[in-house]
Design a protein around this ligand. Structure first.
Ligand SMILES: [Zn+2]
Ligand SMILES: [Zn+2]
Length: 124
């Protein structure tokens, strides 16, 4: 990669990462793309940067309502999802759950996803 090109990629990566952090709502690739539209970053680049960062463990991804959402908080945590506005909040995992081992044998555990659903303050 030429120095010029690698500089551009670094800048794009930075913008995509900051967008995920700033959104505070676990955005999808499409939402990141829309947010960064004025910077001229294409949707394919947004997808590539997001998936690279997930591979590197800088971001986490999970599926919500049929869409992949991106999460800058990579430590174990739970989510609260509002069933009206679809906003997603980060919630602490109850410590008791972290100490639980699932009742299945011969599996490799890769993680735990816990989501509470309900109606948020502004939708009540
Ligand atoms: Zn709501
Ligand atoms: Zn989260």
């Amino acid at each position: 990669m030429s120095p010029q090109k690698s500089k551009r990629v670094t800048r794009q990566r930075q913008l995509v990462y900051e967008c995920v952090i700033d959104s505070k709502d676990h955005p999808s690739a499409n939402e990141v793309f829309t947010e960064l539209q004025t910077s001229g970053i294409g949707l394919a680049t947004v997808y590539r940067q997001l998936s690279n960062m997930v591979d590197e463990g800088i971001l986490k991804s999970f599926e919500h309502s049929g869409q992949i959402r991106y999460d800058p908080l990579v430590t174990p945590h739970a989510h609260f999802v509002c069933t009206v506005c679809d906003k997603i909040w980060d919630v602490d995992l109850p410590e008791s759950i972290l100490l639980t081992t699932p009742n299945v044998s011969n599996v490799d555990i890769e993680g735990l996803e816990l989501t509470w659903k309900g109606i948020c303050e502004s939708c009540k």
